[in-house]
Design a protein around this ligand. Structure first.
Ligand code: NAP
Length: 305
């Protein structure tokens, strides 16, 4: 008997599961939270703004009814904040899924840095998540998983691993592409280490394709403002649908560690979530090993699997 195709409109019940979503206050993250909460999960929004997180919790409650939501303060561009946020997550006493969704999607024209002096886009999208994942990993229950937010932009940005933090050259799109190569690299390296250790936990990756605010249902208090991403394409996918591959990676327990989900249509820009192939450079084990050691050194956080 073949399994029924995955249906984003009818998720398996998530009752009894606790899921942490970074950047769950806005954009795709908001809809990840809403869809998982609707399916019964307890969802923790890790956000740098308590006000925005509370607005998201109110909006989810209004749209899908009484749900179990909480908030943890987290600014990924500061490793002190990451340590404090991780301590709050660890105080939950165990959880099932970490979704590393937050990210700088519109990098500045000039190179900026995190609180510790690392290039801001890679420092936030990758290094902050590396440290967070390392610090909360012991609290992920057996059979639990980490989901990274990948992007097609890794495929369109040639990886220069010796300049990941744009010390030689800075261009906004290059820094963003590098950050997503690093997010891919972490997901696949974590997968390799988990399997080598015989650990029951999993590392998966998902990308939303192209999900534009322009086609996203209005949610009062969440996305009233005009689009922050220029959208030159006639592309009918909002951030609600962009959330589907990520929600699938978090909930499809038949999907093994190392699986990468993305949309199946319009040249992988939109559609239903299916298994996709990463760029070779992101998935390369030599890149993953160097990336991991360098991230431990830069963050001062040892990630033991
Ligand atoms: N939209 C797309 O087409 C697309 C395509 C490929 C990949 N992605 C990835 O999908 C994820 C979500 O994208 P999106 O389109 O939903 O972006 P978005 O609407 O700009 O939302 C980004 C989220 O990340 C949070 N964030 C940014 N910097 C942070 C920091 N220093 N600490 C904590 N949170 C921070 C934001 O919080 P604030 O509200 O406080 O700013 C917000 O919640 C990102 O990882 C992005 O790279 C998106």
């Amino acid at each position: 008997m073949t399994a029924a195709p995955w249906n984003p409109l009818s998720l398996p019940s998530q009752k009894g599961r606790t899921i942490v979503v970074t950047g769950g206050n806005a954009g795709i993250g908001y809809f990840i939270v809403e869809q998982l909460a609707q399916a019964g999960a307890r969802v923790i929004i890790a956000s740098r703004s308590e006000q925005k997180a509370r607005a998201a919790m109110d909006a989810v409650t209004q749209r899908v009814g009484a749900v179990d939501l909480d908030f943890v303060p987290l600014d990924l561009s500061s490793l002190d904040s990451v340590r404090e946020g991780a301590a709050r997550v660890n105080a939950l006493g165990g959880f099932d899924v970490l979704i590393n969704n937050a990210g700088i999607t519109g990098p500045g024209k000039e190179r900026q840095t995190t609180a510790e002096g690392h290039e801001l886009v890679v420092g936030t999208n990758f290094l902050g998540h590396f440290a967070l994942t390392a610090l909360v990993f012991p609290g992920i229950r057996p059979g639990g998983r980490v989901v990274g937010l990948g992007s097609l932009s890794a495929g369109s940005t040639e990886l220069e691993a010796d300049d990941l933090y744009s010390e030689r050259e800075y261009k906004p799109s290059r820094a963003y592409g590098f950050s997503k190569h690093a997010v891919h690299g972490l997901a696949f390296e974590l997968d390799r280490r988990l399997r080598a250790a015989g650990d029951s936990r999993a590392s998966l990756l998902a990308h939303p394709g192209w999900a534009s605010d322009k086609f996203t249902p209005r949610v009062p208090g969440i996305n009233d403002r005009p689009s922050r991403i220029p959208n030159p394409l006639p592309m009918p996918q909002g951030k609600d649908r962009g959330a589907w591959p990520i929600v699938r990676a978090a909930t499809d327990l038949a999907a093994a560690s190392g699986t990468f989900f993305g949309p199946d249509g319009m040249g992988a820009l939109a559609g239903n979530p299916v298994v996709v192939t990463p760029p070779e450079s992101s998935a390369d084990s030599a890149f993953g090993a160097v990336l991991w050691d360098d991230a431990e050194r830069r963050s001062g956080v040892t990630f033991r699997v």
